[in-house]
Design a protein around this ligand. Structure first.
Ligand code: NAD
Ligand code: FES
Length: 280
Protein backbone atom coordinates (compact mmCIF):
# COMPACT_ATOMS: atom_id res chain seq x y z
CA UNK A 1 0.00 0.00 0.00
CA UNK A 2 1.02 3.65 -0.55
CA UNK A 3 3.35 2.67 -3.38
CA UNK A 4 3.85 5.27 -6.08
CA UNK A 5 2.77 3.59 -9.31
CA UNK A 6 3.03 6.53 -11.71
CA UNK A 7 4.61 9.96 -11.75
CA UNK A 8 4.59 12.60 -14.46
CA UNK A 9 5.71 16.22 -14.59
CA UNK A 10 2.68 17.83 -16.26
CA UNK A 11 4.05 21.41 -16.12
CA UNK A 12 7.30 22.87 -14.81
CA UNK A 13 7.59 21.67 -11.18
CA UNK A 14 4.01 20.38 -11.22
CA UNK A 15 3.56 16.64 -10.78
CA UNK A 16 0.77 14.13 -11.19
CA UNK A 17 1.30 11.12 -8.93
CA UNK A 18 -0.69 7.90 -8.74
CA UNK A 19 -0.43 6.08 -5.43
CA UNK A 20 -1.82 2.66 -4.53
CA UNK A 21 -4.42 2.93 -1.79
CA UNK A 22 -7.47 0.74 -2.54
CA UNK A 23 -9.59 1.91 0.43
CA UNK A 24 -9.30 5.62 -0.38
CA UNK A 25 -9.68 4.90 -4.10
CA UNK A 26 -13.03 3.27 -3.34
CA UNK A 27 -14.32 5.77 -0.77
CA UNK A 28 -13.19 9.20 -1.96
CA UNK A 29 -15.70 11.75 -3.18
CA UNK A 30 -15.23 15.05 -5.03
CA UNK A 31 -13.79 17.77 -2.81
CA UNK A 32 -11.99 15.48 -0.37
CA UNK A 33 -8.27 15.41 0.32
CA UNK A 34 -5.50 13.38 1.92
CA UNK A 35 -2.69 14.32 4.26
CA UNK A 36 0.62 12.59 3.61
CA UNK A 37 4.22 12.68 4.75
CA UNK A 38 6.90 12.12 2.11
CA UNK A 39 9.16 10.37 4.64
CA UNK A 40 9.22 9.39 8.32
CA UNK A 41 9.63 12.61 10.28
CA UNK A 42 8.56 14.72 7.31
CA UNK A 43 6.00 17.50 7.36
CA UNK A 44 2.34 16.67 6.77
CA UNK A 45 1.10 17.87 3.36
CA UNK A 46 -2.62 18.23 2.56
CA UNK A 47 -3.42 17.44 -1.09
CA UNK A 48 -6.74 17.28 -2.88
CA UNK A 49 -7.77 13.91 -4.29
CA UNK A 50 -7.91 14.75 -7.98
CA UNK A 51 -9.13 11.33 -9.00
CA UNK A 52 -9.08 7.61 -8.30
CA UNK A 53 -9.39 4.28 -10.02
CA UNK A 54 -11.37 2.01 -7.66
CA UNK A 55 -10.71 -1.05 -9.88
CA UNK A 56 -6.99 -0.50 -9.87
CA UNK A 57 -6.96 0.75 -6.26
CA UNK A 58 -5.06 3.93 -7.05
CA UNK A 59 -5.55 7.59 -6.21
CA UNK A 60 -4.33 10.60 -8.19
CA UNK A 61 -2.72 13.68 -6.66
CA UNK A 62 -1.40 16.79 -8.40
CA UNK A 63 0.96 19.15 -6.62
CA UNK A 64 3.51 21.82 -7.31
CA UNK A 65 6.97 21.44 -5.78
CA UNK A 66 7.00 24.93 -4.29
CA UNK A 67 8.32 24.42 -0.75
CA UNK A 68 10.65 22.10 1.10
CA UNK A 69 8.11 19.32 1.75
CA UNK A 70 6.54 19.30 -1.71
CA UNK A 71 10.06 19.14 -3.17
CA UNK A 72 10.68 16.12 -0.96
CA UNK A 73 7.53 14.53 -2.34
CA UNK A 74 8.60 15.36 -5.88
CA UNK A 75 11.93 13.60 -5.22
CA UNK A 76 10.13 10.27 -4.75
CA UNK A 77 9.96 7.97 -7.74
CA UNK A 78 7.76 5.15 -9.03
CA UNK A 79 8.23 2.18 -6.68
CA UNK A 80 8.85 4.34 -3.60
CA UNK A 81 6.41 4.12 -0.73
CA UNK A 82 4.80 7.13 0.97
CA UNK A 83 5.05 6.17 4.66
CA UNK A 84 1.96 8.04 5.92
CA UNK A 85 -1.16 8.74 3.96
CA UNK A 86 -4.48 9.52 5.70
CA UNK A 87 -7.82 10.06 4.06
CA UNK A 88 -10.23 10.66 2.59
CA UNK A 89 -10.52 13.82 4.70
CA UNK A 90 -12.90 16.77 4.60
CA UNK A 91 -16.51 17.02 3.57
CA UNK A 92 -17.37 16.01 0.02
CA UNK A 93 -18.56 18.84 -2.22
CA UNK A 94 -22.27 19.58 -2.07
CA UNK A 95 -23.39 18.69 -5.60
CA UNK A 96 -26.70 19.58 -7.23
CA UNK A 97 -28.01 20.56 -10.63
CA UNK A 98 -27.73 24.35 -10.61
CA UNK A 99 -28.22 24.72 -14.36
CA UNK A 100 -25.07 26.35 -15.69
CA UNK A 101 -22.08 26.03 -13.38
CA UNK A 102 -18.85 27.92 -13.96
CA UNK A 103 -15.72 26.23 -12.60
CA UNK A 104 -12.65 28.43 -12.18
CA UNK A 105 -9.11 27.22 -11.53
CA UNK A 106 -6.09 29.42 -10.83
CA UNK A 107 -2.62 27.95 -11.39
CA UNK A 108 -2.18 24.52 -9.81
CA UNK A 109 -5.43 25.27 -7.94
CA UNK A 110 -6.97 24.00 -11.19
CA UNK A 111 -6.26 20.43 -10.01
CA UNK A 112 -8.93 20.36 -7.24
CA UNK A 113 -11.44 21.75 -9.74
CA UNK A 114 -11.33 18.64 -11.94
CA UNK A 115 -13.15 16.13 -9.66
CA UNK A 116 -15.74 18.75 -8.70
CA UNK A 117 -16.31 19.61 -12.36
CA UNK A 118 -16.83 15.91 -13.07
CA UNK A 119 -19.36 15.58 -10.22
CA UNK A 120 -21.23 18.73 -11.33
CA UNK A 121 -21.34 17.40 -14.87
CA UNK A 122 -22.59 14.00 -13.66
CA UNK A 123 -25.40 15.84 -11.80
CA UNK A 124 -26.57 17.35 -15.09
CA UNK A 125 -25.01 20.82 -15.00
CA UNK A 126 -23.86 22.54 -18.15
CA UNK A 127 -20.26 23.54 -17.44
CA UNK A 128 -18.31 26.65 -18.35
CA UNK A 129 -14.66 26.46 -17.37
CA UNK A 130 -12.13 29.25 -16.85
CA UNK A 131 -8.54 28.36 -16.08
CA UNK A 132 -5.65 30.73 -15.63
CA UNK A 133 -1.92 30.61 -15.16
CA UNK A 134 1.00 33.01 -15.23
CA UNK A 135 2.32 31.64 -18.53
CA UNK A 136 1.33 29.11 -21.19
CA UNK A 137 3.56 26.32 -19.84
CA UNK A 138 1.88 26.53 -16.42
CA UNK A 139 -1.63 25.88 -17.78
CA UNK A 140 -2.72 22.44 -16.57
CA UNK A 141 -5.63 20.06 -17.22
CA UNK A 142 -6.90 21.98 -20.25
CA UNK A 143 -7.67 18.76 -22.13
CA UNK A 144 -9.36 17.07 -19.17
CA UNK A 145 -11.55 20.07 -18.33
CA UNK A 146 -12.17 20.72 -22.01
CA UNK A 147 -13.76 17.27 -22.22
CA UNK A 148 -16.24 18.17 -19.46
CA UNK A 149 -17.05 21.80 -20.30
CA UNK A 150 -19.25 23.01 -23.13
CA UNK A 151 -17.06 26.15 -23.11
CA UNK A 152 -13.54 26.42 -21.72
CA UNK A 153 -11.68 29.73 -21.56
CA UNK A 154 -7.97 29.93 -20.80
CA UNK A 155 -6.19 33.07 -19.56
CA UNK A 156 -2.54 33.80 -18.99
CA UNK A 157 -1.14 36.74 -17.05
CA UNK A 158 1.46 37.44 -19.75
CA UNK A 159 -0.85 36.78 -22.71
CA UNK A 160 1.30 33.89 -23.97
CA UNK A 161 -1.85 31.76 -24.42
CA UNK A 162 -5.59 32.41 -24.50
CA UNK A 163 -6.92 35.65 -23.02
CA UNK A 164 -4.36 38.14 -21.82
CA UNK A 165 -5.28 38.70 -18.16
CA UNK A 166 -6.67 37.11 -15.04
CA UNK A 167 -9.44 34.54 -14.70
CA UNK A 168 -11.62 37.25 -13.18
CA UNK A 169 -11.22 39.38 -16.32
CA UNK A 170 -12.70 36.48 -18.31
CA UNK A 171 -15.49 35.94 -15.78
CA UNK A 172 -16.36 39.66 -15.85
CA UNK A 173 -16.45 39.59 -19.65
CA UNK A 174 -18.82 36.61 -19.68
CA UNK A 175 -21.10 38.24 -17.12
CA UNK A 176 -21.04 41.57 -18.98
CA UNK A 177 -21.98 39.71 -22.16
CA UNK A 178 -25.02 38.35 -20.32
CA UNK A 179 -23.90 34.71 -20.22
CA UNK A 180 -26.20 32.90 -17.79
CA UNK A 181 -24.25 31.48 -14.84
CA UNK A 182 -26.16 29.94 -11.94
CA UNK A 183 -23.28 28.78 -9.75
CA UNK A 184 -19.54 29.37 -9.49
CA UNK A 185 -16.85 27.15 -7.98
CA UNK A 186 -13.39 28.69 -7.70
CA UNK A 187 -10.08 27.25 -6.47
CA UNK A 188 -6.72 28.98 -6.59
CA UNK A 189 -4.67 31.61 -4.77
CA UNK A 190 -6.52 33.41 -1.97
CA UNK A 191 -6.48 36.83 -3.76
CA UNK A 192 -8.06 35.13 -6.79
CA UNK A 193 -10.83 33.50 -4.77
CA UNK A 194 -11.50 36.83 -3.03
CA UNK A 195 -11.66 38.61 -6.40
CA UNK A 196 -14.10 35.98 -7.76
CA UNK A 197 -16.25 36.34 -4.63
CA UNK A 198 -16.31 40.15 -4.91
CA UNK A 199 -17.42 39.88 -8.53
CA UNK A 200 -20.11 37.19 -8.17
CA UNK A 201 -21.53 38.97 -5.11
CA UNK A 202 -22.43 41.89 -7.38
CA UNK A 203 -24.35 39.50 -9.63
CA UNK A 204 -25.93 37.49 -6.80
CA UNK A 205 -24.40 34.23 -8.05
CA UNK A 206 -23.95 31.51 -5.37
CA UNK A 207 -20.22 30.80 -5.18
CA UNK A 208 -18.14 28.14 -3.44
CA UNK A 209 -14.40 28.22 -2.84
CA UNK A 210 -12.05 25.49 -1.63
CA UNK A 211 -9.81 26.94 1.05
CA UNK A 212 -6.21 25.97 1.51
CA UNK A 213 -5.16 27.14 5.00
CA UNK A 214 -2.25 25.72 6.99
CA UNK A 215 -3.23 22.20 8.12
CA UNK A 216 -1.58 19.90 10.62
CA UNK A 217 -3.69 16.96 11.85
CA UNK A 218 -6.62 17.23 9.42
CA UNK A 219 -9.06 15.94 12.05
CA UNK A 220 -10.31 19.11 13.74
CA UNK A 221 -8.03 18.77 16.78
CA UNK A 222 -5.14 21.22 16.29
CA UNK A 223 -7.00 24.35 15.17
CA UNK A 224 -4.30 25.12 12.60
CA UNK A 225 -6.77 25.36 9.73
CA UNK A 226 -9.24 27.71 11.39
CA UNK A 227 -10.97 30.15 9.10
CA UNK A 228 -13.70 32.71 9.62
CA UNK A 229 -16.88 32.12 7.66
CA UNK A 230 -19.98 34.22 8.25
CA UNK A 231 -18.40 35.61 11.42
CA UNK A 232 -17.92 32.12 12.88
CA UNK A 233 -14.75 30.12 13.33
CA UNK A 234 -14.67 26.96 11.21
CA UNK A 235 -12.05 24.29 10.75
CA UNK A 236 -11.38 23.83 7.05
CA UNK A 237 -10.33 20.19 7.51
CA UNK A 238 -13.61 18.99 8.99
CA UNK A 239 -16.14 21.76 8.22
CA UNK A 240 -14.75 22.33 4.71
CA UNK A 241 -12.57 22.66 2.74
CA UNK A 242 -15.36 24.26 0.67
CA UNK A 243 -17.28 27.26 1.93
CA UNK A 244 -19.67 29.92 0.70
CA UNK A 245 -17.26 32.42 -0.90
CA UNK A 246 -19.44 35.38 0.06
CA UNK A 247 -19.08 34.53 3.76
CA UNK A 248 -15.31 33.88 3.91
CA UNK A 249 -13.00 36.36 5.63
CA UNK A 250 -10.27 36.22 2.97
CA UNK A 251 -8.13 38.92 4.58
CA UNK A 252 -7.81 36.87 7.79
CA UNK A 253 -7.12 33.73 5.73
CA UNK A 254 -4.31 35.49 3.83
CA UNK A 255 -2.85 36.75 7.10
CA UNK A 256 -2.88 33.28 8.66
CA UNK A 257 -1.42 31.69 5.50
CA UNK A 258 1.55 34.09 5.80
CA UNK A 259 2.25 33.18 9.47
CA UNK A 260 5.24 30.95 8.72
CA UNK A 261 6.41 32.65 5.52
CA UNK A 262 9.91 33.36 6.86
CA UNK A 263 10.30 29.77 8.10
CA UNK A 264 8.94 28.41 4.79
CA UNK A 265 11.44 30.50 2.82
CA UNK A 266 14.26 29.30 5.06
CA UNK A 267 13.18 25.65 4.71
CA UNK A 268 12.97 26.01 0.92
CA UNK A 269 16.73 26.66 0.89
CA UNK A 270 17.39 23.24 2.47
CA UNK A 271 17.95 20.35 0.05
CA UNK A 272 15.11 17.79 -0.05
CA UNK A 273 15.48 14.80 2.26
CA UNK A 274 18.08 12.40 0.87
CA UNK A 275 16.61 9.10 -0.32
CA UNK A 276 18.81 7.08 2.04
CA UNK A 277 16.64 6.05 4.95
CA UNK A 278 13.39 6.42 3.05
CA UNK A 279 10.88 3.63 3.53
CA UNK A 280 11.19 2.02 0.05
P1 NAD B 1 -0.77 31.99 -9.44
O1 NAD B 1 -0.38 32.99 -8.42
O2 NAD B 1 0.13 31.74 -10.57
O3 NAD B 1 -2.22 32.42 -9.97
C1 NAD B 1 -2.95 31.59 -10.86
C2 NAD B 1 -4.00 32.39 -11.54
O4 NAD B 1 -4.95 32.89 -10.60
C3 NAD B 1 -3.50 33.61 -12.27
O5 NAD B 1 -2.98 33.27 -13.54
C4 NAD B 1 -4.74 34.48 -12.36
O6 NAD B 1 -5.58 34.14 -13.43
C5 NAD B 1 -5.44 34.14 -11.05
N1 NAD B 1 -5.18 35.18 -10.05
C6 NAD B 1 -4.08 35.28 -9.25
N2 NAD B 1 -4.19 36.37 -8.46
C7 NAD B 1 -5.37 36.96 -8.78
C8 NAD B 1 -6.05 38.13 -8.31
N3 NAD B 1 -5.55 38.91 -7.37
N4 NAD B 1 -7.24 38.43 -8.87
C9 NAD B 1 -7.78 37.64 -9.83
N5 NAD B 1 -7.19 36.52 -10.29
C10 NAD B 1 -6.00 36.21 -9.79
O7 NAD B 1 -1.13 30.61 -8.75
P2 NAD B 1 -0.12 29.41 -8.38
O8 NAD B 1 1.21 29.95 -8.03
O9 NAD B 1 -0.23 28.31 -9.38
O10 NAD B 1 -0.76 28.93 -7.01
C11 NAD B 1 -1.94 28.21 -6.97
C12 NAD B 1 -2.68 28.54 -5.71
O11 NAD B 1 -3.76 27.64 -5.58
C13 NAD B 1 -1.85 28.49 -4.45
O12 NAD B 1 -2.05 29.70 -3.76
C14 NAD B 1 -2.47 27.35 -3.66
O13 NAD B 1 -2.50 27.62 -2.28
C15 NAD B 1 -3.86 27.28 -4.23
N6 NAD B 1 -4.37 25.92 -4.17
C16 NAD B 1 -5.51 25.71 -3.48
C17 NAD B 1 -5.98 24.43 -3.34
C18 NAD B 1 -7.22 24.17 -2.58
O14 NAD B 1 -7.65 23.06 -2.43
N7 NAD B 1 -7.85 25.18 -2.05
C19 NAD B 1 -5.30 23.37 -3.92
C20 NAD B 1 -4.16 23.62 -4.65
C21 NAD B 1 -3.70 24.91 -4.77
FE1 FES C 1 -5.94 20.68 12.61
FE2 FES C 1 -7.87 21.29 10.87
S1 FES C 1 -5.82 20.77 10.45
S2 FES C 1 -7.95 21.36 13.05
Amino acid sequence: MNEIVAKEEIAPNTYRMEIRHPRIAKKRKAGQFVILRPHEGGERIPLTLVGSDPEDGTITLIFQAVGHSTRELAALEVGDVVPDLAGPLGRPTHIENYGTACVIGGGYGTAPVLPIAQALKDAGNDLIGIIGARTKDLVILEKELGALCSRLEVATDDGSYGHHGLVTDVLRKLLDEGVKIDFVLAVGPTPMMKAVADLTRQYGIPTMVSLNPIMVDGTGMCGGCRVEVGGETKFACVDGPEFDAHQVNFDLLAKRQATYKAEEQQAAQVEPHCKIGLDR
